[in-house]
Design a protein around this ligand. Structure first.
Ligand code: SAM
Ligand code: SF4
Length: 368
């Protein structure tokens, strides 16, 4: 019998499962600020696989593994290998988002061999000082921050090459860079980051600083809009709009000098992308389900803590696949969140307060 994938109240299908494997991180980026401790009751591999199977049965074609820092999780490769056969049931891609600090050459190879298809590495600067500041390294001492940032930068640059050598090809979109840009904090890194992406043949995805969580001191003034990012980079290198794909988060641009004999890269570095979740929200076709490391399902990145659906009743003591699928389908059908669009509507009406949710679950818990 063919099952009809559920649509939510706004007609949105389920397309992506973002599964967080740990809430812990080896960095302390001030815009994210992870807890440092794991929530109790982490899911086992078998339980995670049951969640992935249920999401795939409901239409999810993309699995994105995240955290906290997912490379801290020893069961990562085993989970990827266990999920890979779900390709026969509609899972098209298994992807990882990581800060890259622990991505050795060996780890990149084992991840590839397990069945990982894409890696997005996060890097918010190109100098020791900027990387240290954005990673929350070295405390208040500027010298120590720059020194530690330099070590982190070297590790992430090496991780890019380890991933490439292991077969993650940026020309096929299998290796990309994420950077969060905060006005007045690291916006001086925009051009150097764009230059890095071009030189290394990587698509750079610039993300607006978002009001996820409650600890990162977010204020509207701290957001550098995606439009301004594109404008600044476009003054240095010509950019042609390529649009945002259906259900995508990123609007893409192509460097005008790419592939024309100019100095621009023709590989993944031919493109720049911006994620304008604050200034140009894309809730209208959001197809993402988020499940935390302890098995709580959220349908919005800006959800309030405690508002998620606890999946453990269908996972313990043994997974109940039918009950789990039904519970997730019911939850998805009731979904009507569109936080970023509501926030924008309030701004346009000059109402400075946040919409429906004033407290948000933390980013490292939700997994981005
Ligand atoms: N630790 C991994 C990493 O940093 O890539 C994976 C988890 S992290 C929560 C996922 C993504 O969310 C990263 O690219 C990170 O830069 C981004 N992120 C975290 N906090 C953010 C915020 N307040 N605004 C925008 N992006 C944020
Ligand atoms: Fe860690 Fe990623 Fe959060 Fe930075 S953004 S603290 S690397 S989970």
């Amino acid at each position: 019998m063919t099952r009809v994938p559920p649509l939510d109240r706004l007609g949105r299908p389920l397309g992506v499962l973002r599964l967080s494997l740990t809430a812990r991180c080896n960095l302390a980026c001030p815009y994210c600020l992870p807890d440092g401790v794991e929530p109790p009751g982490l899911l086992t591999l078998r339980q995670r696989l049951a969640v992935i199977e249920a999401a795939v049965a409901l239409g999810a074609g993309s699995l994105r593994l995240t955290g906290g820092e997912p490379l801290l999780h020893d069961g990562l490769e085993a989970l990827i290998a266990a999920a890979a056969p779900l390709r026969e049931r509609g899972l098209r891609e298994i992807a990882l988002t990581s800060n890259g600090v622990l991505l050795s050459a060996e780890r990149a190879r084992t991840l590839r061999a397990a069945g990982l298809q894409r890696i997005t590495l996060s890097l918010d600067g190109t100098t020791g000082e900027s990387v240290g500041r954005m990673a929350g390294a070295g405390g208040a001492d500027p010298g120590e921050r720059a020194r530690r940032g330099q070590v982190l930068l070297a590790k992430v640059l090496a991780a890019i090459e380890h991933a490439r050598a292991a077969g993650f090809d940026p020309r096929r979109g299998e290796l990309k860079l994420n950077a969060v840009i905060q006005r007045g904090v690291n916006d001086d890194q925009l051009l150097p980051l764009a230059a890095l992406g071009r030189e290394r043949g990587l698509e750079l995805r610039l993300i607006e600083f978002m009001d996820v969580g409650t600890r990162n001191g977010w204020q509207p003034e701290t957001v550098l809009s995606a439009a301004e990012m594109v404008d600044r980079i476009g003054h240095r290198w010509p950019l042609e709009p390529r649009g945002r794909g259906a259900h995508g988060t990123a609007s893409r641009w192509r460097y005008g000098d790419a592939g024309t004999g100019g100095s621009g890269s023709t590989g993944g570095g031919a493109h720049l992308a911006v994620v304008a979740s604050v200034t140009a929200p894309f809730c209208g076709d959001c197809n993402r389900l988020r499940v935390t490391a302890d098995g709580i399902a959220y349908t919005c990145l800006f959800a309030a803590p405690g508002s998620g659906l606890d999946l453990r009743p269908w996972l313990q003591p043994q997974p109940d696949p039918v009950g789990l699928r039904q519970a997730l389908a019911d939850r998805w059908r009731r979904r009507q969140d569109r936080y970023s669009e509501e926030r924008q509507e309030l701004w346009q009406a000059s109402a400075p307060q946040h919409p429906t949710t004033s407290r948000h679950a933390e980013m490292a818990y939700l997994g981005g």
